[in-house]
Design a protein around this ligand. Structure first.
Ligand SMILES: [Zn+2]
Length: 144
């Protein structure tokens, strides 16, 4: 695994793209342009290229939303996933993986239907749930 892996994170405040080392995922990085937090409880979009580096770097439980653009229930659940991220704050890292753009991850996790939520602790899957969920149920996947 490559410790130099960098994430391309869009700033939710000013829109600037920031290149952040994956190893700093738990350090609450600030935007290089506007100085505001890049990851204020927002889900992080990861790819085949940077998923493992983030998984290795984070000390938090990870909840991955496997989704795709054409999937209506996935798009419908997106606001609930973001809301759950805000509620969970630092207690979890919420990740989104576009299964069309990242076939290696979709295959590795044997994603057969979307949306599927996969919970990982210390890099190992400890649970999953298929089908759209409301925010409260998503939070309980981490807390429950
Ligand atoms: Zn910014």
């Amino acid at each position: 695994m490559n410790d130099d892996t960098r994430l391309h994170l869009g700033c939710p405040h000013c829109g600037a793209t920031n290149r952040v080392p994956a190893a700093r995922i738990d350090d609450a990085p600030d935007c290089g342009r506007c100085g505001q937090p890049l990851l204020a409880g927002q889900p992080v979009a990861l790819t085949d290229a940077d998923f493992d580096a983030v998984l290795q770097a984070t000390g938090r439980p990870v909840l991955v939303d496997f989704w795709a653009e054409w999937c209506g229930p996935c798009r419908a659940m997106a606001p609930a996933f973001e809301q759950a991220g805000r509620q969970l704050g630092e207690r979890a890292l919420l990740v989104k993986v576009d299964t069309d753009a990242n076939p290696q991850l979709a295959q590795r996790f044997q994603i057969r239907s979307i949306p599927t939520l996969v919970k990982l602790v210390n890099g190992r899957e400890i649970g999953r749930s298929s089908g759209a969920l409301p925010a409260g149920a998503i939070v309980r996947l981490i807390d429950g």
